[in-house]
Design a protein around this ligand. Structure first.
Ligand SMILES: [Zn+2]
Length: 245
């Protein structure tokens, strides 16, 4: 499995960049994880849009869905140009029916319901989910293939259930939206020390941080992971291909 950060920011993107999103690939199958602001632009640096096979949405905050409409237009324009493609499946939860319904568009994309109890097959991936703690219903995800796993926390504050969910992950991609002085004070997000604790308690082999704040020195968040995690950790680098095998 290979996974490439498409964007790393929480809330809104820095200039010429995108909010937190990842492209995961195995055996030629490409799945986009979240599709927020700037993602459609950034994604085209790594994959022609028509080669996308599936999309999974963690939750319906704008920094995770803002570019879904543009993605749907890209499919529709290709259809008008005589290049029809099968409807693109977009996986999302149904706790917010209005937003789930918007995942289906003019036979170009089709919403597929997911929940925290599901273990589903998306192309070559077995994908399972875990509810997070966030102001709206949100799902962490585990992608498994060929005996390996990549876990993405999506947006969450500390939640004990994530330790078992991430158990033994070859790669843990954790949100780390908070500087240490804000940990426990801002709802719905974690700091670097908590991301490190999650990696440590779950036995994750590698930690990559995402959903970062636009202010301050984000290296301080990386430093904070090292209070609690001895393994390799880094800030997600847009365009870098992380491989587990
Ligand atoms: Zn977010």
């Amino acid at each position: 499995m290979k996974i490439t950060p498409i964007g790393i920011w929480g809330g809104y993107p820095k200039a010429n960049s995108a909010t937190s999103s990842f492209l995961i690939e195995h055996e030629g199958f490409y799945c986009l994880i979240d599709c927020g602001s700037g993602v459609l632009s950034s994604l085209q640096n790594y994959l022609p849009l028509e080669k996308l096979d599936a999309v999974v949405i963690s939750h319906y905050h704008a920094d995770h869905i803002a570019d879904i409409g543009s993605l749907q237009f890209s499919r529709l324009i290709n259809f008008y140009l005589g290049k029809p493609a099968p409807a693109l499946p977009i996986y999302g939860h149904v706790q917010d029916q209005d937003n789930f319904d918007k995942l289906t568009y003019k036979e170009q994309t089709v919403g597929v319901a997911i929940s925290e109890d599901d273990i589903i097959q998306i192309g070559p991936f077995e994908v399972s989910f875990c509810q997070t703690t966030h102001p709206v219903y949100c799902l962490a995800m585990k992608f498994s293939a060929a005996g390996h796993s990549i876990v993405l926390t999506a947006d969450t504050e500390w939640r004990d259930e994530l330790v078992d969910f991430a158990r033994g992950a070859d790669l843990l991609i954790s949100e780390a939206n908070l500087y240490e002085e804000h940990v426990g004070k801002a709802p719905g997000h974690m700091g670097g020390s908590e991301a490190g604790k999650l990696a440590s308690l779950s036995g994750a082999k590698q930690l990559v941080l995402t959903h970062l704040p636009l202010h301050g020195q984000i290296e301080e968040i990386l430093e904070a992971t090292r209070q609690s995690y001895d393994g390799p950790s880094e800030i997600a680098e847009v365009g870098k291909m992380y491989e587990v095998f």
